[in-house]
Design a protein around this ligand. Structure first.
Ligand code: 5RP
Length: 223
């Protein structure tokens, strides 16, 4: 089975966590796109979705699924999203699709985070995937040198030679060379640096469940 088929498989499998009659939290990325496509089959059984990006909002609406502002919803039963890396405790690196800030907001308002990922995303130590960090542009240089002191090499993410601009109008740093041994402490520390909007370590908002797509079928990991 190729990676695309593994993503389709976990996108379908995530439907079992969608609570009929409720609003579901929806993440961002190619795996979540498979979930959104599958969710269309249940659209008459749910009230709608809270979305973590303009891209997911557009896809949901195109399929006739209502999208609510996160401020309209006190709490969500479940949030379904992908990851760039996930470890054996459910801690993740996210933000490859630049949606990490809104993803962390929707994850924080959800009782359960269900991560959907193919088996290539399961790692023992987070940090091989360059860590995304959304920043206020005027703080970029200072934050890059703070990462350098930790042994990381940060670069501003570019699109067509210009800084990538997020849905929130800010920039993304991608940091290579980190070995994140204590994700909870790392997330707490970096989140306090002036100018950091969101660090792509999701340890405080970790997954409770991971549906992992493997060639032997979907494995359910519980944390
Ligand atoms: C977007 C994300 C995605 O969940 C992450 O990048 C995984 O994406 P994909 O399913 O395309 O591999 O964090 O900001």
């Amino acid at each position: 089975m190729n990676q695309d088929e593994l993503k389709t498989q976990v996108g379908q499998a995530a439907l079992q966590f969608v609570v009929p009659g409720e609003i579901v939290g929806v993440g961002t990325g190619s795996t979540v796109n498979k979930f959104i496509d599958a969710l269309a089959s249940m659209k008459d059984q749910i009230k709608g979705a809270v979305s973590s990006s303009e891209a997911s909002t557009a896809r949901l609406k195109a399929l006739g699924i209502a999208v609510f502002d996160s401020n309209e919803v006190a709490e969500l039963a479940v949030y379904i999203d992908g990851a760039d890396e996930i470890n054996a405790l459910g801690h993740m690196v996210k933000g490859g699709g630049a949606a990490l800030t809104r993803e962390k907001i929707v994850a924080a308002q959800s009782k359960m985070f269900v991560c959907i990922a193919d088996e290539s995303k399961l790692v023992s130590v987070l940090g091989t995937f360059p860590l995304p960090v959304e920043v206020i542009p005027m703080a970029s240089t200072r934050i890059m040198s703070q990462f350098a002191k930790m042994g990381g090499q940060a670069q501003i993410r570019l699109k067509d030679g210009k800084p990538w601009v997020t849905d929130n109008g800010q920039h993304i740093l991608d940091v290579k060379g980190l070995q994140i041994q204590d994700p909870v402490a790392f997330e707490s520390q970096v989140s306090q640096w002036p100018g950091v909007i969101t660090v792509g370590v999701f340890a405080h908002q970790k997954a409770q469940v991971c549906l992992l797509g493997t060639s032997e079928g979907v494995k359910t990991l519980k944390f």
